[in-house]
Design a protein around this ligand. Structure first.
Ligand code: MF3
Ligand code: CO
Length: 255
């Protein structure tokens, strides 16, 4: 069942979102060659503790870490590791913060050192695709409008949109209905209403959209080994348009 969040709940989720956004900015400063994703995961754990918040992903369906750290051809749910990041890698850090029971979910892809032109272009398209989706997240539109905006922005540029993972409603629990597909047809799907809180989190591949699962049962990677990027925000559908709870200050330029 889709639930609608009260103003009070929205404000609490916004607090969680602002803390997560601030943490992403700290992560951005720390990502460089030689740093490990285990270092980043421990930094995030410490950051949460310092702010009286908790890592919602840790223990979720048996997941063991505060962050997902998905490297290069990994699409999502990569484990933090002790392998040093290398110049030219791209790394997606995804985390869900719980502040006094209110959640916010945001993923961001970072370049390690100097990205290749291909990696940089992929990151730019994926980042912009997130905002193309968010622009459609308004009262009266339908879910298909979000998916279509993302797909029709990404595919003509020669990239593909991952089908196997979706955005979602979010509230007191991490994954609530509805599922937010990052592809689809305009005018299709349920209508968006005031007070819905959702994530939009397109994963975009340079090659084919298909994914395969690692033997660890979690990590999804591209079938063809091509690079994958992801940007994710948590947002509220308001009467005045989408309110991005995990905004890092870059949104205005794109909306
Ligand atoms: N943050 C992820 C999402 O967007 C959740 C990853 S699943 C977990 O839904 F188990 F790692 F938490
Ligand atoms: Co999510």
């Amino acid at each position: 069942m889709i639930t609608f969040k009260s103003k009070r709940e929205q404000q609490m989720m916004h607090k969680a979102g602002q803390l997560l956004a601030a943490c992403h900015k700290e992560i951005a400063k720390r990502i460089k060659p030689g740093v490990t994703t285990d270092d980043i995961d421990r930094f995030v754990e410490g950051y949460l503790k310092k702010h009286g918040a908790t890592p919602e992903q840790k223990g979720y369906n048996g997941y063991q870490y505060a962050t997902c750290a998905s490297l290069n051809d990994e699409i999502c749910h990569g484990f933090p590791r002790k392998t040093p990041l290398k110049d030219g890698d791209i790394i997606t850090i995804d985390s869900v913060f719980n502040v006094n029971g209110a959640l916010a979910d945001s993923a961001w892809t970072y370049a390690v050192g100097r990205p290749s032109p291909e990696a940089e272009a992929l990151m730019n398209v994926t980042h912009q695709a997130l905002y193309e989706g968010i622009k459609q997240a308004k009262v009266g539109n339908r879910l298909g409008d979000i998916g279509h905006a993302i797909q029709s922005f990404v595919e003509p540029k020669g990239y593909s949109v991952v089908r196997d993972f979706t955005g979602h409603g979010i509230g007191p629990t991490l994954h609530e209905p509805p599922q937010i597909l990052h592809y689809g047809s305009p005018g299709k799907g349920i209508r968006l209403k005031e007070g819905m809180v959702i994530t939009i989190e397109p994963m975009v591949n340079i090659g084919a959209y298909q994914s395969k699962l690692d033997s660890n049962g979690w990590t999804a990677r591209t079938v063809d080994g091509s690079l994958s990027a992801q940007y994710e925000h948590t947002l509220v559908i308001t009467a005045n348009g989408p309110l991005i709870l995990t905004d890092q200050g870059d949104a205005d330029t794109y909306l």
